[in-house]
Each structure stands twice: as structure tokens, then as C-alpha cells.
Design a protein around this ligand. Sequence first.
Ligand code: UD1
Ligand code: MG
Length: 456
Amino acid sequence: MSDTPTAFVILAAGKGSRMVSDLPKVLHPVGAMPLLAHALRTARSLDPSRLVVVAGHGAAAVEAAAAKWAPDAICVRQDEQLGTAHAVDQARDAMAGFGGDVAVLYGDTPFIRPETLGQMAAARQTGADVVVLGFETPDPGRYGRLIVENGRLERIVEFKDATETERAVTLCNSGVVMAPAPLLFDLIAEVGNDNAAGEYYLTDIVGLANHRGLTCQAVACDPVETLGINTRAELAAAEAVFQARRRTDMLDAGVTLVAPDTVFFAADTEIGRDTVIEPNVVFGPGVRLAPGVTVRAFSHLEGAQVASGAVIGPYARLRPGADLAADTRVGNFVEVKNARLDQGVKVNHLSYVGDASIGQGSNIGAGTITCNYDGYLKHHTTIGADAFIGSNTMLVAPVTIGDGATTGSGSVITRDVPDGALAVARGRQENKPGLATRLRERLRLKKADLAARKAE
Ligand code: UD1
Ligand code: MG
């Protein structure tokens, strides 16, 4: 950005009543990541000197999320929501002694790009004391209006307080503000609440700064960046914007998406080039795919990492801790959780592999289940290299299958199987010659007899 050190204040105290939710608004997700985390990520990408989150409604949950996504963030509380200036004022002590610039972001506005903040910093460098981020829109609704005269931002008028002429202005306030910390808090101290909402408006600092003979400037960005979320419909719209961006990024990075509109990414999804994603695939958080992976249709991946040459799906589910080495196969209706599959392992059909490690080249037959849970505790299954697990084997963990061992189909394996051993654990087959024919004849006669009686 610029040489001036920058700190951030992220406003996240509002209730978000229009979400009609028990969850604080800023914790609703876009791209499987809370709105607040998006704002924190933008701020952190600029290497901030200080990062302050103002929490209020649902403060404990908001603070926990802040600690998770930005461990270096300082959380302060705004117990009563008296307006955006009052909210920023809660960061005054946390910013004590800081002489650099402060940028104010909203926790419910996830798409501001770091480059845009860079443009605001550039405006500060070229002499503006207070810089406000605005956007042009044909449909300005209830946004605050930026009143610019002769290239100078004179004041910001809130919709509620605006005249007809002011409401006709189409340059709107995004809410993002940048100013030197001492000046910002000085101006905020002067803000009153004599307005239509009875709130302390942060936007008033512009008029106050001009009154002091200082310079204010508006920087405009793409309206998509300033998309703020107030309702579920806006949350869905934001998700759509996010997904559209991610699909474009993935395509540009050399990932094949056969039907881009049907693939859903998380904010942290990482995919290598020449990976192919078939239609209707959903990525939850924490997925890393190496180059050259194939994910076939209707698969769901979360918290998984997959090495090159692996083929996942169709209809596969990778859950957290799935760690698939090169050239593995995880086929239809297979679920893998907290399990390491070494190179070339195949689990092709209808299986559950949880809390397990499987050695190189082993083949897991259809319908195999690692019985990992006894109702109280989880247990581990270890399968060596080049093992062959027969179809419909139940591996009752904790249990170890040796290298090169085989289990017979339908076995319930409760004891360890040594290297190279064949384990069969099921009823022994017995053939009774002619019995089926005799039995069928008896049943046929019985049925005929019943039909005859009914007819009488
Ligand atoms: C604000 C701006 C408006 C701008 C719009 C952009 C003011 C006075 N108005 O209006 O010019 O066009 O954003 O979306 O700044 N918050 C707190 N504590 C409070 C009040 C708000 O933390 O006491 C937080 C909210 O959680 C939210 C953000 O600040 O994240 C904005 O507050 P909101 O009430 O949505 O302001 P708007 O009326 O939308
Ligand atoms: Mg708002």
C-alpha cells in the first residue's frame, strides 16, 4: 500500500435484525467463511499495525470468530449501538499512541479489495486528510450520499436527512473511511446525534473536517465491492457474486470446470492446474487439491487434501482429515474421514473409511466399513501395503491388517491379521444336495392349496 502504517477498525456490533437470525449477522457465511472473516482477511492482507474489531450484539461469538480468523485482532465492545461514529470511538483506547492511518471497514461488507484500499491510501499520500470510499449506482436506495463539489468531498448526507436534490445524487457512501488516527478520533469527539436517526454518524466527520479547512476526497470503486449484507436475500446475492468470482479465478488458474455454474467453492479452496472438476461438486472449507486431480460429478469435499493423479467420485464424500496420496481412487458412494490413503490405494465402491491408514497399493472391496465408533470412543484401523480387503468386510477397530494380507468377503474382522495371512470370519458354507428343489415343490403345493380353498 503506502509507507504510512495502517490500522483497521472493523465494525461488527450491529444486530442485523433483518437477517431474522439467532446468529450475529457478521457470522453468516459466504464461501463457507463468516462475513467478518472476509473483512479480517482483507485487512490482514495489508499487514496492519493494529486490527480492532468492535463487537456488540452476540459479542462472545463475534470475539471467538475474530480470535479464530485473526488471532492478532484486538476486540472491543460497544454495548449500546448508538451509531457508526460511536462504534469507531470504542476503538479509541486500543488505538492510543498510534499515529498512522486508520481504515474503517464494516464486518458485513465482505468484498472490498485490498487494491481499492490501496487507492484510498494513495489519495491520502497526495494530500487528502480524510478519504471516503464511494460507488456510483443508478439505484442509490437508502445509502448515504457523497456530496462532491469541485472535486472535493464536502459532506455526506444520510438518506433519512437528505433533501430531494441530495437524494438525486448517485455517488453513495460505502462506509469505508481512511484518516490519520489522531485526526479521526479528534473529529469523532465532535460528532453529535442531532439527526433523523438520533445516532452518532461517522459520516459527519467529513463536514467537520471541511469546517476545519481540511481536505476530504472520495475514491470510487466497483459497486460490487461495497455490497453489504442486511438480509438473507442479500446474503444469497453475495454468495452468487463470490462463487462467480471464484469460478473465474479457478478457470484462469488452469482448472477445468465442465459446468462452472454448478461448482461451489469455499473461500480457502486451493486447486492445482489441470485438475478437472465435473458438474455439481461442492467444496466445504479446508480443501487442497494438487495439480492433475479429477473430481467426478456430485462429490462433496471438506477438510481434505488430495495429491496428483487421484480420481474422486462420482458421488464421493471426503470429510475433514481425508489425506489422499497420488493416484488413489475413491469411487461412488464412498466416504473418507480422518484417513490417510497411501499411493495407489483404491476404495472404489460403497465404503466408509474413517480413522484409518491404508498402505500403498491396497484394494478395499465394495461395501467395506471401518467400524470406528463404539458409541463412546473412536478407534483406528491400520491396513498395511498391498492388502486386499474382500467386499463387505467389517473392520472392527482398533484393528490392524498386515502387509499383503487378505480378508474374505463378508468377514467381520475383530482381531489383527498378520502380514500375508488370509482372514475369514463368517459362517462356513454348507451345500445340501436337492434340498432347494424339494423345498420349492412343497411351497408350490401349499400356495395352490390356499388358492383352492379361497375359491370354495
Ligand atoms: C451506513 C452509513 C451510510 C452508508 C452505509 C453503507 C453511517 C451513519 N451511515 O449506513 O452512509 O451508505 O452504511 O452500507 O455511517 N455498526 C456498529 N455499531 C453501531 C452502528 C453500526 O457496529 O452503533 C456497524 C453495523 O454492524 C454495520 C455497520 O456498522 O456493520 C454499518 O451500520 P448500519 O447500521 O448498517 O449503517 P447504515 O444505516 O447502513
Ligand atoms: Mg447497513
